[in-house]
Design a protein around this ligand. Sequence first.
Ligand SMILES: NC(=O)c1ccc[n+]([C@@H]2O[C@H](COP(=O)([O-])OP(=O)(O)OC[C@H]3O[C@@H](n4cnc5c(N)ncnc54)[C@H](O)[C@@H]3O)[C@@H](O)[C@H]2O)c1
Length: 373
Amino acid sequence: MHVAVPKEIKNNENRVALTPAGAKELVKMGHSVFVQQAAGEGSGFSDETYQAAGAEILPTIESIYEIGEMILKVKEPIDQEYHLVREDQLLFTYFHFASNEPLTQAMVQSKAVCMAYETVEKPDKSLPLLVPMSEVAGRMAVQKGANYLEKPLGGRGILLGGVPGTLPAKVLILGGGIVGTQAAWMAAGLGADVIIMDVSLPRMRYLSDVMPKNVKTMMSNEYNIRNLIPSTDLIIGAVLVPGAKAPHLITRDMLQYMLPGTVLVDVAVDQGGCIETCQPTTHEKPTYTIDGVLHYCVANMPGAVPYTSTLALTNATLPYVLELADNGWEHSCIRFPELKSGLNIIKGDVVYQAVAETFDLPYVPVSYYTNHH
Ligand SMILES: NC(=O)c1ccc[n+]([C@@H]2O[C@H](COP(=O)([O-])OP(=O)(O)OC[C@H]3O[C@@H](n4cnc5c(N)ncnc54)[C@H](O)[C@@H]3O)[C@@H](O)[C@H]2O)c1
């Protein structure tokens, strides 16, 4: 199969959908790999490293879409790419269709096959192609929080781990899922006093089994949150209620009870945020202060560490890419049922119910396409 990788052109997107290591695996299996010039540059992979792995470098995005039977991307195509997408071409990337009507319409019209990373879902409901980015964001949340707690950056001026003879900083993590767990490991490793709040008792039992001594768990409710905030230095928002906006666990009025220079990192900002005063920010201007409390609410945190993010993402996508290249999407969906849930649009039909409902488009069950194989 011809597998083609365009350079991402969305603003500030430095990740790339395939590494030289991935290109080598595809070539070894007899596939042809085409990579747009400088596609890997932002993640630290030169054209030469792709060539050495057996890929061919093409100069333009047009030539990539022209030759590719499968287009591998990170972010959804943007409007100047819409007309390049061809009938029957397989696109494997993050799409987030439900929040983008023009994209949905354009992909319906293209008659391409759109498989979305974010809806690839295993029978146990886990999302294998979202997990790596949550891991990156969770670990980064503590790195950012520790940094912004420094006085010159607006923080309280407390060192996360303290030093002998001083108390360490107190970190409160709201939500003990993927993001919260990774954040807890990092904060605990730096020596902070960490509390994870969640509403799931089984999850907290698991966390209290595996976490080090300086991490405690506590039921998430307003009473407990109000009790803790006057003595907390860093609060990390990591709540997710699937399919819904995040609940506001930290409300506007709570800010007045926090210590001046407290830092709030709301990782859940992409789902509306679990801190009421949180507004999405960018890597260019990541923070703002309200009532002396510093807010960091960057919606695409993994974008700041493209080297790690690209490797983390492609570690998760590559097995599926190899399968799709070898067997085509119809057969791959039988061998890996989670790929079936990744299908959103097939040859002009919306096959993902939530997307069809959001835009009032006709819905065709995916089984219409996959059952006769
Ligand atoms: N900003 C970014 O760059 C970025 C990157 C990756 C993920 N995210 C976001 O981070 C959020 C968390 O993702 P995740 O992968 O950890 O999700 P997850 O499903 O693994 O974990 C969410 C946790 O929140 C808990 N929860 C639900 N309601 C709660 C409540 N009221 N109080 C406390 N806990 C509650 C759940 O029990 C679960 O353990 C999501 O909104 C995700 O989209 C943001």
